[in-house]
Design a protein around this ligand. Structure first.
Ligand SMILES: [Zn+2]
Length: 117
């Protein structure tokens, strides 16, 4: 099974509108973590379309000041990465488990998860 071996965050950036967008290239899918203080991982998310656009809207919905992000190589890779982040950090601002895209029958890769195998 495809797994995420280690995290190489592209960067941790202090969100400073609108210039933080300069750090994220457009046209890529990927995952991100938002933080209010730069230490606690408060929210995890992903975008299968445009990571940059998703970050802009997601960050504006909360009192977030920092984010980490990483690009993903495919929609499935994106989903697996988000699942791992979700279980690793148990982020308080995430109310539901990462969603599988419509039409896909993927399972969460994390052992013991109710959405797993
Ligand atoms: Zn899971």
């Amino acid at each position: 099974m495809e797994t995420v071996d280690k995290w190489n965050w592209v960067s941790q950036v202090h969100i400073h509108f609108p210039r933080f967008r300069d750090h994220v290239d457009s046209g890529f899918m990927g995952v991100y973590v938002l933080s209010k203080d730069g230490r606690q991982h408060t929210y995890v998310g992903r975008s299968d379309a445009s990571l940059r656009q998703r970050l802009v809207s997601s960050a504006s919905q909360g009192d977030y000041s920092y984010f980490w992000f990483d690009y993903a190589s495919s929609e499935r890779n994106c989903y697996l990465k988000e699942c791992e982040l979700y279980h690793r950090y148990n982020p308080p601002d995430n109310t539901v488990h990462p969603a599988v895209p419509p039409g896909a029958n993927w399972r969460c890769p994390v052992t013991g998860c109710e959405w797993g195998y």
